[in-house]
Structures are given as C-alpha cells and as structure tokens.
Design a protein around this ligand. Structure first.
Ligand SMILES: Nc1ncnc2c1ncn2[C@@H]1O[C@H](COP(=O)(O)OP(=O)(O)O)[C@@H](O)[C@H]1O
Ligand SMILES: [Mg+2]
Length: 383
C-alpha cells in the first residue's frame, strides 16, 4: 500500500513560493488534472458500456511532487475545487504543494490528510526600531514639507515594533491631491522592501467591486486573494473615500484584527501596516462620511497639508533633476534643466496639478529633445 500524500500549504508571495519549491523534480497540478481528464475521456470512448469506468481508471505512475501556484485554481472547474480531496486521492501524489489555495480547499484537505498536513507562512517584513530611525532620518529626502506627518506617523508606527503585536496598524492619510500621500506610503514600504501592494478603489465599478470584496466565482479577482499574493509589509488602499458606503462593513474585521475573508479566500495580514488615502478635508468630514463604526477603527488619522508655492517649486526641482539624471549624456547636452523648471513653475499654481507633474515633465522633456534632434538634422545635410 502506498504512503499517504504529504500535503504542504504555503501562504505568501509567488517569488517566495518558487524558492521554497526549488529546482527538484516537480509536476504542475493543472497538467496532472488535465492529463487525467483526458485519460478518463478516452476510457469512456474505448469501453462505453462499462458502467464502473471510474473504478477501472488505469494505473498511472504515482506523481512525486504535485505543485499548484496561486493563479492555478482559477483554471480548475468549480467541481474540482468543491471536491479537492477527491481529486488529490485520485491523483495520489507522494507530495502536494499548494500556494495560497482557497479557504475551502485548505479546510477540506486538513480534515482528510490530518496526519500529513502542514502549513508554511511567509515572514513579511515588519517595522522595527531601525525602521523608525531610518524613517526619521530619510523623510526629508523623499518628502518636501509635511513635518507634522513625519511626527504623527512615527508615533502611529511605534506599536508595530512590538514583537507581541499580532494585528495591523491601520492609518488614514487625508488631504488634497498631489501633496505626497502616496509618496509617503511608498517611502515607508521602500524601507521594508517588497513590491508595494497598492489598490485604487476608484478603479472599480460597483458590481465588480462587490465581487472583488465579498468574493465571486473562485476564478474572479478578489481583494483577499490579492492580499494573500502580496509581497509587501505595507498594504496601500488608495482613494478609500471612493468606495460606496455599502462596502464599509467589509473592512470592520480587517481593520480590527487583520483578517479579511470573502467567499473563497481568507487571509490574516498580522502585524502589517495598512494605509488608506483619501481627499477628505478634516477628521469631522471623515467621521461624517465613513460613519462612527469605521472611523473609530483607524489607529491614526494623519492630515497632509497643501504645499506652499515654495514647496511646489522644490518638488519640481527634484523631479526635473531626477529625470535629467536618467537621460543619456548626449541628450543632456541639448536641453537645459533650468529652462524645463522655469516652464513648469507657473503650471503648478494649484497643488492639484502636482499630481500630473511627472507626466507633464516627461512630455516637456521629450518635446524639447525632439525639437533639438530635428533642428540638428536640418543643419546637417545627409550625405
Ligand atoms: N510633499 C512632497 N514632497 C515630494 N514630492 C511630492 C510631494 N507631494 C507630491 N510630490 C510629488 O508629486 C507627485 C504626486 O504625489 P502623490 O504622493 O502621488 O500625491 P497624493 O497626495 O495625491 O497621493 C509624485 O510624483 C510625488 O513625488
Ligand atoms: Mg495618491
């Protein structure tokens, strides 16, 4: 009799899962499932009258290591997900390695393969005292102005440095557009490492948003599944104020203890940092718009001030200098950084325009480069 399948479930980013699996011989679960379906189909064609066709499934070599990645479950039929242990018993691999599976698959396998079942979770980067020091020292290199943000944020992050903490710190950044909210979230995430998980809530229409938050078919995109796949210790929910109020309750449990559960997936983000951004103007407005239940679940509300004209000018200087740094040497010779800056200053009388500054700067630089190129061609007749 063969040994029972060893089941190992992994929760974490794909790159980490790939490392865990390594280069040892493996076979994709999907390929194994499709091959089996093909065999069963052929069997029916060959022996159409045999009513116990399933029992006479031809013996295959026992797969050594079957592996499924987070994105693979979407390609399985709903019935394969519903009776996952049955599928695994039929394939009978020696080892089964599953990455970020649906909750139902986890629970079901745990019951059936109780004595071999194992879960491995990725250690997400978390805020340490060192992170706080770095944050304080580097803040001004990344953000212009916003001194109050620096102080309030340091205080808000502190609880994350306690090893005993098991739930997230949830912060709301609020203030006008283009004043550094997203930039600040990116800066903190950069200190921790891993590609930032950033979701823009304005990108969803209501119908899609409901299935994104509450779960739909197991192959549809979902917030819980995205959280499972994330690499970063920071979760950024941009434009939180654009989510309709019917969706607010989806966040109660998440903000309280870090657990987000939808119809298919469950995730516990633990000691992470969750940042929501919004364009609210005051705490009062946040409380009125979100309601007490949600408002009171934020650990901190941090206000971003509009930038002064001088600060906007400084943002432009930095931006243009960094774009120039990325140009080729010959390109840098034909255009003038000072001229680019001076063209941009008057465009930003309102800080709302700072938002589009990157794009406008790129366009302006390209226009100047093309112009320089064409006028060179005009003076140098081709031979
Ligand atoms: N205070 C600031 N310091 C430095 N750069 C800033 C600041 N505010 C905005 N920027 C720059 O302007 C652009 C838009 O900023 P962003 O952080 O996305 O604004 P928002 O507050 O709308 O999230 C980014 O390229 C960012 O680098
Ligand atoms: Mg933003």
């Amino acid at each position: 009799m063969s040994n029972k399948t060893k089941v190992i479930i992994y929760y974490g980013p794909l790159s980490w899962f790939d490392q865990c699996i390594g280069k040892k011989e493996k076979e994709g679960l999907l390929e194994a499932v499709f091959a089996r379906e093909e065999r069963l189909r052929q069997l029916r064609v060959v022996v159409p009258d045999q009513d116990d066709a399933d029992k006479s499934e031809p013996k295959q070599n026992r797969p050594k290591r079957l592996v499924a990645e987070s994105g693979d479950y979407a390609s399985l039929q709903e019935h394969a997900i519903t009776n996952f242990p049955g599928l695994i018993q039929a394939l009978d691999p020696k080892e089964l390695h599953l990455h970020n599976p649906p909750e139902h698959v986890h629970e079901h396998l745990k019951r059936i393969f109780a004595d071999t079942f194992k879960v491995v979770s990725y250690d997400y980067p978390s805020v340490t005292r060192g992170t706080l020091t770095q944050f304080r020292d580097d803040f001004a290199h990344h953000l212009i102005g916003q001194e109050n943000v620096k102080e309030s944020l340091l205080a808000a992050l502190y609880p994350l440095t306690r090893g005993t903490r098991s739930k997230p710190v949830v912060i709301m950044f609020y203030g006008p557009s283009g004043v550094g909210k997203t930039e600040t979230a990116q800066f903190i995430n950069g200190l921790l490492g891993g590609a930032l998980m950033r979701k823009q809530f304005s990108m969803f229409h209501n119908e899609k948003f409901a299935s994104y938050l509450f779960g739909g078919g197991h192959s549809e995109p979902s917030f819980a599944h995205d959280l499972l796949d994330r690499e970063s210790g920071v979760v950024l929910i941009d434009e939180f104020d654009k989510a309709a109020s019917v969706f607010h309750s989806a966040f109660y449990q998440f903000f309280d203890g870090g657990v987000f559960q939808d119809k298919n997936y469950r995730v516990d983000v633990g000691r992470s940092l969750v940042i929501c951004t919004s364009n609210y103007g005051s705490e009062r407005e946040i409380r009125d718009s979100l309601g007490d239940a949600l408002y009171s679940r934020f650990d901190a509300l941090i206000q971003f001030e509009p930038l002064t004209q001088k600060e906007v000018t400084a943002v432009i200087d930095r931006l243009v200098d960094s774009r120039f740094g990325a140009l080729e040497a010959d390109e840098r010779q034909v255009i003038d950084a000072k001229q680019v800056k001076e063209t941009l200053y008057p465009l930003t009388a309102h800080s709302a325009n700072v938002r589009k500054l990157g794009k406008v700067t790129d366009e302006l630089i390209s226009t100047l480069l093309v112009r320089a190129l064409l006028s060179q061609d005009a003076t140098q007749p081709t031979s």
